[in-house]
Design a protein around this ligand. Structure first.
Ligand code: ZN
Length: 221
């Protein structure tokens, strides 16, 4: 299915579809559940535009490369260029906020990490980034206080609170823009809290971004 950024009503947003710049290890509880080796430098990586798919009514996961994990994350849609931007300048460049899944082939990723290789094929495959509609930034007065959740088959699996981010949204956008120019239509994924785990065919997911957004979707293979 082709992808276009949309708002929460499903109206298409007049921006191109670009890259997705992501941060890893941005919530302490997720670092702990992964036993991750950390460093003071931020862990940034990119998913290509071809990873983007609509979150609803369902999305497809790979079926023959081991476990595909959910990572629920606040997604930030960029509307104007950010290049070596200061923290004070970044919010003016944000179109809005939504939720995305940073789908991860966890066994492939573990193998690549063991080999000391980049993990693109574990996180950047076609369909690796289902995305909801976006809430316009004008409505979100305190993006750094956003709370979100994922439930799978009626069971709570992830609870996120932007206040617990190690790098907040402004800091992250500024730092990312030192390395990569963020262009209109690019998206930033802000990291996942604890609760990552395998998704299965026919799982029913509910994603909530309080109080703006609640969507139901399903996993297919
Ligand atoms: Zn992630």
């Amino acid at each position: 299915m082709s992808y276009q950024h949309v708002d929460v009503q499903g109206n298409s947003i007049d921006l191109p579809v670009g890259k997705v710049v992501c941060i890893g290890q941005n919530y302490l509880d997720h670092i702990q559940e992964m036993n991750s080796k950390t460093a003071p430098e931020a862990l940034f990586f990119i998913k290509p535009a071809t990873a983007l798919v609509p979150m609803t009514p369902s999305f497809v996961i790979p079926s023959s490369q081991g476990a595909v994990h959910n990572e629920t994350e606040i997604a930030v849609l960029i509307k104007s260029p950010l290049k070596k931007a200061s923290v004070d300048d970044v919010f003016a460049a944000v179109w809005g906020y939504g939720l995305a899944l940073d789908l991860t082939l966890r066994e492939v990723q573990a193998h690549l990490k063991q080999l000391g290789r980049p993990w693109e094929i574990a996180k950047g495959f076609d369909g690796a980034c289902p995305v909801t509609g976006f809430v316009p930034a004008e409505l979100v007065t305190s993006p750094q206080q956003l709370q979100f959740a994922l439930s799978v088959n009626g069971q709570s699996r992830q609870q996120g609170d932007a206040r617990l981010m190690i790098r907040g949204i402004a800091q992250m956008l500024s730092e990312m823009s030192q390395h990569f120019t963020l262009l209109p239509g690019d998206m930033v994924l802000t990291g996942t809290p604890a609760g990552v785990g395998p998704l299965q065919d026919q799982d029913k997911l509910e994603l909530t971004l309080l109080p703006w957004l609640q969507v139901q979707t399903a996993v297919t293979i």
